[in-house]
Design a protein around this ligand. Structure first.
Ligand code: DC
Length: 220
């Protein structure tokens, strides 16, 4: 059993690369951002201010977040409803970033992440996996790219999904989320001291995957 942690800002290529690496190694892929998105979605639906720690925390005891792998693909359920696609809506990104700064939210979701990681060899992508969730993970990576390139990638993804959003809005959103995620008090986005860091700005996904696999292969 082993765990691989991949942290970094939105759009650095974590999830796309992690999915491919998981398939190649025959291990589970866990997208931890999806969990924060599910809580963000619930707050939005309830009309709760996503920055209101007290209101969001009050919602948590009767909130059930579940991860189920269907045909090897991660599906996320919120109170029994499959919200896998809904959480990808553009407005849910900022809500997720907001609720992720609330300690009660993190404590609830980190517990679930640790449980899954304990039971399976898996690759987890997030912001605090190497620093907080799994400080003893066997492999740790921190991947970045310029904000412009990350916004480009996100914008393309959203357009492909039929969401009508401008590049400028996506870039603004990415810059705000970077700031939110890296300056929050509890388990912020940060490179673990022992993580291997690289910049993917000019790399293709195949190159990112190759780099990850070469490092994992060398150490395994
Ligand atoms: O990876 P993503 O863009 O789907 O994540 C959405 C938000 O969730 C992100 O802006 C910050 C938060 N997040 C977090 O705080 N910790 C994680 N391990 C994963 C995501």
């Amino acid at each position: 059993m082993f765990n691989i942690a991949i942290d970094g800002p939105a759009g650095a290529g974590k999830s796309t690369a992690a999915k491919i690496v998981a398939a190649k190694l025959g291990i589970l892929y866990l997208d931890t951002g999806a969990m924060y998105r599910a809580i963000g979605l619930k707050a939005l639906r309830r009309g709760i201010n996503t920055r209101d720690a007290e209101k969001v925390a009050q919602m948590l005891p009767d909130t059930v977040v579940e991860i189920k792998h269907i045909d090897k693909t991660q599906n996320i359920f919120l109170d029994g409803e499959n919200v896998t696609h809904l959480i990808r809506e553009h407005n849910v990104s900022m809500a997720a970033s907001d609720v992720s700064a609330i300690p009660a939210v993190r404590l609830k979701l980190v517990e679930l992440q640790r449980q899954i990681a304990k039971q399976n060899s898996c690759i987890l992508d997030g912001r605090d996996i190497g620093t907080y969730v799994l400080p003893d993970a066997q492999f740790k990576f921190y991947i970045t790219a310029t904000a412009q390139e990350r916004a480009n990638r996100r914008h393309k993804e959203l357009l492909e999904k039929g969401q009508d959003v401008s590049y400028e809005d996506v870039l603004k959103d990415i810059v705000t989320r970077d700031k939110n995620d890296s300056t929050r008090e509890f388990a912020p986005l940060k490179k673990a001291d022992d993580a291997f860091e690289f910049d993917t700005t000019t790399m293709s996904i195949d190159e990112v995957v190759e780099k990850l696999l070469s490092i994992i292969g060398n150490k395994k």
